[in-house]
Design a protein around this ligand. Structure first.
Ligand SMILES: Nc1nc2c(c(=O)[nH]1)N[C@H]1C(S)=C(S)[C@@H](COP(=O)(O)OP(=O)(O)OC[C@H]3O[C@@H](n4cnc5c(=O)[nH]c(N)nc54)[C@H](O)[C@@H]3O)O[C@H]1N2
Ligand SMILES: Nc1nc2c(c(=O)[nH]1)N[C@H]1C(S)=C(S)[C@@H](COP(=O)(O)OP(=O)(O)OC[C@H]3O[C@@H](n4cnc5c(=O)[nH]c(N)nc54)[C@H](O)[C@@H]3O)O[C@H]1N2
Ligand SMILES: [Mo]
Length: 766
């Protein structure tokens, strides 16, 4: 029996039998993107459902694409703002395949856990609530009422509310997120870790300290005025494909585009817009005018090199008025750069002094500079420094609070930014808690809760009894998969609110629940009235989202309804909180959001405007820096030195073109030329020769941290254009290698982009 409840935690570690390696593509988008997007949609949803869904996505009255948080253009959205990976995200949710009670009756969780992530992802939509009793081997159906009763009973019985952890992934709407954090705080804890802890946490904290806001400082229209755009540590061709259109428009105006990335990603080379004839059939527009193949985690060195080169000019082209009026710390910053030696910069970044000077020349000449970044900067030990160096670069030229310029952290999940605005955070500000408490007449808990990594450690220490997840796939997204699995196993109860089957349903506490919910694309009827929700994109635009597709099953609940039922089962009637009214009409939730969250005044009328509305942003709109000193801060950082021994490498973990985080759509990473497989490690050919490895060899990857080794078996070596000393492989297969105790300073984000590893050639029989 016990053996049956001890599944294997990670994907089966088997070599991909049919792996095929071709050449990386030279151009992104084009006819192939349309073909793949449409074929996937039709295959999953059938023609009628596919057409209906694709016509509705990101239209002013339709639903918000669950693909990414890149904003939609105002007023000129073409019919079906087409995006291959958006189409795939919609197809995954709109699929006709179903996971039913019979599915679970015939498969134990142990059997299911031996299936690959791809297989799990492709079984279709969850259709009814399921329950895994203590010691049982199979999930069984349960009614919604009974499920909430059991969960509520368990929550009420805890010795302290801090023994429960409430995770959120970033697809949750503002309405659901607001209710969820309200419930959790009324219940008595700030244990609200979220996917942001593993994503842009470093960006938020780095910017709050230096410029007084955790959000980006540009709007989409600023891209029309920029003369130089830096894209650093981000792969928009795959993860934010609609951004390529923005870059294309800028490139056609002659805007310089600088890519800083260890890999030369296809999406930054050329782009053919699928809605243009020339885009479908031509070679596409050249995007990046410069590409710097920085070493993994060489960004601080590189950015300091660029800044040093700018300041070394006898008449530096910097904005001295801005620096004098709006900033602090410039003298110390300049003194530090004077002392930094060029050989340290060149060694640290892997880029020659000449190439750095050339790019510095372009940036110094820019009158309106935008820097965009994503996970390539945020998931390192020195992630906060990485982002503060980007801020330094922008401050030098005064690129804040002026048209066409600013900081642009490109968010991942479609409402991850909104969830934070709604209060999903384990470290809420006192001001937020004060307003929440005043509106709902209670004293919210002030002690900080657990972040994602802290929650996993607390599970291990036996301090967490109940883990509740509103979306996401905590097990596979988190670092150190085996460690996280043991943590979840130690919980008494785990609950997953999900749309699709994933590994977090298989690695559970003593008792487990799967609560299936409506997705973005689906009609949400409450009391026979179609409801809509609101979301905030990466640039602070708030707009409505309303699904129209028939729900995957008649037994799904909406996320707001689930949160309300959970609250009622746990706390019964709460004075001053009209839980049942909230479900009947989401306007009543929005009224309370408007009362608590600055910038959301009159939400119910403004959300009904055709393009929604823009949240205020003091840096962008007023050139106001709300730091302690009311000045923007230059900051000084050491060039990081990772402890890499001979024969070891720094490895980054990346997304393929055919996945959404832990949901694996397929096995094609078309732009990188990798087909029919995912267990690959990309390696420089000179490193391969030095390690006596050939393309196609089977290797285990072993990570090394504080004397502890972790192993992921059976990867194939792929010769790739990547700087020496660097390796790349896919997330989430590699998460077993990410040490739980290797996190970014200040933000505690797992260091998934710089793992110290060695490769061991497989000698066992294959
Ligand atoms: N289709 C699709 N869309 C998505 C997602 C998805 O999985 N699929 N995920 C969503 C989410 S949650 C997020 S957060 C975003 C993620 O979007 P990205 O951040 O673009 O995703 P990653 O694949 O992690 O890519 C990181 C990029 O950084 C580069 N990189 C790696 N290490 C370094 C480094 O040390 N320095 C520099 N300069 N670059 C480095 C990699 O080569 C890669 O190009 O996308 C969102 N959109
Ligand atoms: N090694 C490594 N690890 C990483 C990263 C990395 O780059 N490298 N990236 C990190 C990042 S940036 C992120 S954001 C995290 C992602 O962490 P998560 O957000 O936790 O993971 P996802 O894979 O996006 O979650 C997928 C699941 O969400 C559920 N789902 C989808 N839509 C909905 C919905 O509308 N409602 C509900 N309730 N559920 C839904 C489905 O059941 C699906 O199985 O992973 C992090 N982990
Ligand atoms: Mo993310």
């Amino acid at each position: 029996m016990t053996d049956e409840r001890n599944p294997e935690y990670v994907s089966p570690e088997v070599l991909d039998a049919n792996l095929r390696i071709g050449k990386p593509s030279e151009s992104a988008g084009g006819a192939t993107a349309v073909k793949v997007g449409l074929t996937t949609s039709v295959k999953q949803m059938g023609v009628a459902r596919a057409v209906s869904a694709l016509l509705d996505v990101n239209q002013q009255t339709g639903f918000d694409c669950p693909g990414c948080a890149w904003p939609d253009p105002e007023n000129h959205r073409s019919i079906a703002e087409f995006c291959e990976n958006g189409a795939k995200a919609i197809a995954e949710e709109g699929t006709l395949k179903r996971v039913t009670a019979e599915f679970f009756a015939t498969r134990s969780i142990n059997e299911l856990s031996r299936e690959s992530d791809h297989w799990l992802s492709q079984q279709g939509r969850l259709t009814q609530p399921m329950y895994l009793p203590k010691s049982a081997t199979h999930y069984q159906p349960i009614s919604w009422g009974e499920a909430f009763e059991k969960i509520g009973h368990k929550l009420k019985a805890l010795a302290s509310p801090n023994e429960a952890v409430f995770y959120t992934s970033g697809r949750t709407s503002n309405e659901a997120a607001f209710l969820y954090q309200l419930f959790v705080r009324l219940f008595g804890t700030n244990n609200l870790p979220d996917c942001s802890n593993m994503c842009h946490e470093s960006s938020g904290l780095a910017m709050t300290h230096t410029i007084g806001t955790g959000k980006g400082t540009v709007s989409l229209k600023d891209f029309d005025f920029a003369d130089c755009i830096v894209v650093i540590g981000q792969n928009p061709g795959t993860n934010h494909p609609r951004m390529l259109r923005t870059l294309q428009t800028a490139a056609r105006r002659g805007c310089k585009i600088i890519s800083i990335n260890p890999l030369s990603e296809t999406g930054l080379k050329r782009f053919g817009h699928p809605q243009e004839i020339s885009g479908l059939f031509g070679r596409g527009t050249q995007l990046a005018t410069h590409h710097l193949p920085v070493k993994i985690n060489g960004d601080v060195a590189l950015l300091q090199g660029i800044q040093k080169a700018i300041l070394e000019d006898p008449a530096p082209r910097i904005d001295t008025d801005f620096i004098a009026q709006f900033t602090d710390g410039f003298d110390a910053f300049r003194a530090n750069l004077r002392d930094v030696q060029w050989d340290k910069i060149v060694n640290g970044s892997g880029i020659s002094e000449q190439d750095i000077r050339e790019v510095a020349h372009v940036i110094a000449g820019s009158k309106a500079l935008i820097c965009c970044w994503a996970m390539g900067l945020t998931q390192h030990q020195n992630a906060v420094s990485n982002i503060q160096e980007v801020v330094n670069l922008l401050l030098l030229g005064g690129h804040f609070g002026r048209p066409g310029a600013g900081a642009c952290p490109v968010r991942g999940h479609s409402n991850v930014q909104g969830d934070r605005t709604m209060g999903i955070w384990e470290r809420p500000s006192n001001e937020f808690l004060r307003r929440l408490g005043e509106e709902f007449h209670f004293t919210p808990p002030h002690a900080h809760g657990y972040s994602t990594v802290e929650a996993i450690e607390a599970m291990h220490a036996g301090k967490v009894k109940i883990f509740f997840a509103l979306g996401g796939n905590f097990l596979s997204a988190a670092p150190d998969t085996a460690f996280t699995a043991h943590g979840l196993n130690r919980c008494e109860m785990t609950v997953q609110v999900s749309t699709k089957l994933n590994r977090s349903h298989l690695i559970t506490g003593d008792e487990a629940f799967i609560l299936p919910c409506l997705g973005r694309t689906e009609l949400d009827l409450q009391a026979n009235v179609a409801q809509f929700v609101s979301v905030e994109d990466s640039m602070g635009m708030v707009h409505s989202s309303q699904g129209r597709l028939d729900p995957a099953s008649t037994d799904l609940m909406s996320e707001p309804a689930i949160v309300v039922a959970l609250a009622q089962a746990t706390m019964g009637a709460t004075l001053g909180v009209e839980w049942s009214e909230f479900v009947l009409n989401y306007d009543s939730i929005r009224d309370r959001i408007a009362a608590v969250i600055p910038g959301f005044e009159n939400l119910n009328s403004r959300i009904r405007q055709s393009n929604g509305f823009e949240l205020p942003n003091a840096v962008r709109d007023l050139r106001e820096f709300r730091t302690a000193s009311r000045k923007a801060l230059f900051t000084v950082h050491p060039i990081p030195q990772l402890n890499v021994e001979a024969g070891q490498f720094v490895m980054t973990t990346i997304r393929s073109h055919d996945q959404y985080n832990t949901t694996i759509y397929g096995l094609e990473d078309r732009y990188r030329g990798i087909h029919n497989g995912r267990r690959v490690v990309l390696m420089n050919t000179e490193d391969m020769a030095a390690q006596e490895l050939s393309a196609g060899d089977a290797v285990d990857i072993v990570s090394h941290h504080l004397g502890k080794d972790r192993r992921a078996k059976n990867f194939r070596v792929v010769a790739y254009e990547i700087p020496r000393g660097c390796l790349a492989t896919y997330f989430p297969e590699a998460n077993v290698l990410v040490p739980i105790d290797s996190v970014a300073k200040i933000s505690h984000t797992p260091t998934s982009k710089s793992i110290i590893v060695s490769l061991e050639k497989v000698t066992r029989a294959l």
